[in-house]
Structure formats: structure tokens, C-alpha cells
Design a protein around this ligand. Structure first.
Ligand code: ZN
Length: 412
């Protein structure tokens, strides 16, 4: 090991424990780097943390001892590479998980999500949403608890995504419009009660589904590396928005920021439940698309899935193509206004909006460029969201956050 001391033993005689005590503050940042795929090797981790090689080694060893990451001390050298390859770091494939739950207009789903945003197990989507939030949340938590029993994984906590603005600090679902839940339902408290009733450990969180999708995409998907990330997405019904600034969700003074669904994009358009008319919410969501394409919504699938299938499978049909273009133009108007106000460095589109973008990316980008003040010169990148079930992955991120902030305390 000449000149390259065993990282488990510091050269000046101090023990690993002393190293780690000095490096304890680096445990959370180190875990976040591995979690988000930004530290694939110990050499990168050392450089990113700005610590000595020995401290980075001790930090990685402690995270491995906690069952969170795996350190491969003998990676195969890449062909033609010089010198000894650095230890490879990866999230532990059999490590703890977060219980994630999502409720939307057409049903609910539970999943177990490990570090790295990896969905370990998921229930089939259920297609009934009771008007009583306690019943729905009890069912989805029970489904998640069953997954935990079957996989034998340790649970760090639980997160819930709902299709409603969630007012902070109380955790109230203010406008669960398509769920028939009472406005202002205390969803976080109800969810936490169901989690405790199921005998699960760890804290419980709840937030808006598009906020959570944006958080997941920023950490693991199409938003990685963006500094001012704007996300606009349809749910199964309606349209939401989110903004991630320097890695953190911007949720406003009481959790209600980025209600982009009520930008007017068609002054003569259809009435909106907010009291206005022609909002992005009712002009560019799956129901709006099916209506524009002259298709009656069928009962057999969600409106979102019917819309996506129609664009992907029948784009040659002039009615489908025209409806796509109409919605892209309206969406582009809304995005142009948001670009003027927020000056994002990237826009990601989820739900039906991602599929609309894929159908004709040039058209949407042209509308945004033509209609925005800086669009002509700036050319903000517009991408489709990349993760499956990004709201579920984001719900898990909420539950993982205390571990990312301080692994020893959260798991100790
Ligand atoms: Zn509206």
C-alpha cells in the first residue's frame, strides 16, 4: 500500500472513529452525492466533499456500515486506464426503503423506494378513490405495509403525493378537486395516523404530486444539474407546476406557490373551477385533449392513459394531430409567461405534457420562443420528464430527507 495508506487507518495514528467524528458533518452530503449518482467513486467523493482521502474513506465506510451504500474496493480497471482504479460507490441494493404512496383522480398506488430513487416494489394501481381520505390512505398504507412484510426491508419513513395544493405548516389538502375529498382535509395528519396504525416506524410526510415529481426529476431524472428547474405537468386531471431552486423545492410562504394551472391561455375558453375561464388547467389536461380530438372518454382506462395512447398510436389521424397542436400552442403560451417571470434554466414537462412535447417538440419550442421576452435569444431547454412514477419517487424523497440530512441520527 506504499504511499497510499489503508483508508481504514489514518497515517498519523488517529483512529477511524476520530476521523469520522471530524467527518460526521460530511455523512449527509456524502450520502446525497451517492444517492443522486454524482459520486460514483471514492475519488470523486473526496473531490466533491473537499476533504482528505482518509476522511472520505471513513465516511464511505460508515455509510456502508449503516447499510446505505456499497463500497467496491476492487473494481476492475477500465481497459487502458492508468494506475489503480478508485473504489466504486453505489447505493446498497438490499438497504432500507421508504414507503411511498400516491393518490390521484383515478386511483392510488403504494411503492417501496430505495436510495437512488429505485422503486424496489410496487402494488398494482387501485382504481377506486373513496370520498373519505382516511379510508383511501388506510388502504394505501396497508398495501405498502404488505410490501414491507413481503420484502423484509427496513422502512425509514413514509411519503404521500396528492393531486392538491398542500398548505403548510398544517399539511391540508386545499383543493383535491377530482377526488371528492373535503377541501382542507388534514392529509398529512391522517396519513401519519395510518402509518402509525400499521405499526410502521419513521416520520410521515405529504405534499403536492407535481412538486414531488419535480423533486424526483431534479435528483434522478430529466432535471439533474439544473439550477432553476421549472416543472409543468398534467396529473390524471388538471395541471400543476413546481420550481426547484438550487436543489430545493420553492413552495412559497405557505406551500401554495406555482399554481400554474390557472394561467389564462385561452380567454374565450371553457370555464374553470377556479371561477375564471380558459385556464391551463382546463385547456391542456387529458380531458381537454380527448374533447379536442373528438373522443368520448371511455371508462376502461384513466383519461391520462387514453390521451397518451391516442397520441402515440393514432398521430396520423388528423383529429388527433390537430388536437395535439392546439394543446401545444396553449401550453406554449403558458410556458412563455412562466419563462418571463421565473427565468428557468430548464423546463421539464410531465404527464400528458411530456407526451405532447415528444409528438412535436419543435412546435412547442417555437411557441415558447416567439411568445417569451427572452425566449428568442435564450432558448430554454424543454424536456420530457424521464422517470416512471416520479411523484411516488418524490414522495419517497420526503421520507429519505431526514436520513440524507443526518444519517447517524435518523438511523441510530
Ligand atoms: Zn382556473
Amino acid at each position: 500500500m506504499s504511499g497510499k495508506a489503508d483508508p481504514r487507518r489514518a497515517g498519523d495514528g488517529t483512529t477511524n472513529r476520530a476521523r469520522l467524528d471530524r467527518g460526521r458533518g460530511a455523512l449527509g452530503p456524502a450520502l446525497e452525492l451517492v444517492h443522486t449518482g454524482r459520486a460514483p467513486t471514492r475519488a470523486v467523493l473526496t473531490a466533491e466533499l473537499g476533504v482528505t482521502r482518509a476522511t472520505a474513506g471513513a465516511v464511505a465506510a460508515e455509510l456502508e456500515a449503516l447499510g446505505l451504500i456499497r463500497v467496491d474496493a476492487r473494481p476492475g480497471a477500465a481497459a487502458g486506464s492508468q494506475g489503480r482504479p478508485s473504489h466504486r460507490l453505489a447505493v446498497a441494493e438490499d438497504g432500507p426503503v421508504a414507503l411511498a404512496a400516491q393518490v390521484h383522480a383515478d386511483g392510488y398506488r403504494a411503492a417501496l423506494v430505495g436510495l437512488g430513487g429505485r422503486i424496489v416494489a410496487t402494488t398494482p394501481g387501485c382504481e377506486i378513490v373513496d370520498a373519505d381520505p382516511a379510508k383511501v390512505l388506510g388502504s394505501v398504507v396497508a398495501a405498502g405495509a404488505d410490501l414491507l412484510r413481503r420484502t423484509g426491508r427496513r422502512c425509514v419513513g413514509a411519503g404521500l403525493a396528492v393531486p392538491s395544493a398542500v398548505a403548510e405548516p398544517e399539511g391540508l389538502a386545499l383543493n383535491p378537486l377530482h377526488l371528492a375529498w373535503p377541501a382542507g382535509a388534514p392529509v398529512r395528519q391522517i396519513f401519519a395516523e395510518q402509518v402509525r396504525a400499521a405499526g410502521l416506524d419513521g416520520p410521515a410526510f405529504a405534499a403536492n404530486d407535481v412538486n414531488l415529481a419535480a423533486l424526483a426529476e431534479h435528483r434522478h431524472g430529466a432535471g439533474r444539474g439544473a439550477r432553476d428547474l421549472l416543472c409543468v405537468a398534467t396529473g390524471h386531471r388538471g395541471v400543476g407546476g413546481a420550481l426547484v431552486l438550487d436543489g430545493r423545492l420553492h413552495s412559497g410562504s405557505s406551500g401554495l406557490a406555482l399554481e400554474v394551472g390557472h394561467l389564462t391561455v385561452n380567454p374565450e375558453g371553457r370555464p374553470c373551477h377556479c371561477g375564471s375561464r380558459g385556464c391551463l388547467d382546463v385547456e391542456t389536461d387529458p380531458l381537454a385533449f380527448l374533447t379536442a380530438a373528438g373522443r368520448a372518454p371511455g371508462p376502461e382506462q384513466s383519461l391520462l392513459q387514453q390521451s397518451i395512447d391516442l397520441i402515440r398510436g393514432h398521430y396520423a389521424d388528423p383529429a388527433v394531430r390537430t388536437a395535439t397542436e392546439t394543446l401545444l400552442d396553449r401550453l406554449g403560451l403558458g410556458l412563455a409567461g412562466l419563462v418571463n417571470i421565473l427565468n428557468p434554466d430548464r423546463i421539464i414537462l410531465g404527464g400528458l405534457h411530456g407526451t405532447l412535447l415528444d409528438a412535436d417538440p419543435d412546435r412547442l419550442r417555437a411557441v415558447v420562443a416567439d411568445r417569451s421576452l427572452w425566449g428568442r435569444s435564450g432558448g430554454v431547454p424543454v424536456l420530457a420528464c424521464a422517470l416512471d412514477h416520479n411523484s411516488l419517487v418524490g414522495a419517497a424523497e420526503l421520507a429519505w430527507q431526514p436520513v440524507l440530512d443526518d444519517p447517524l441520527t435518523a438511523l441510530g
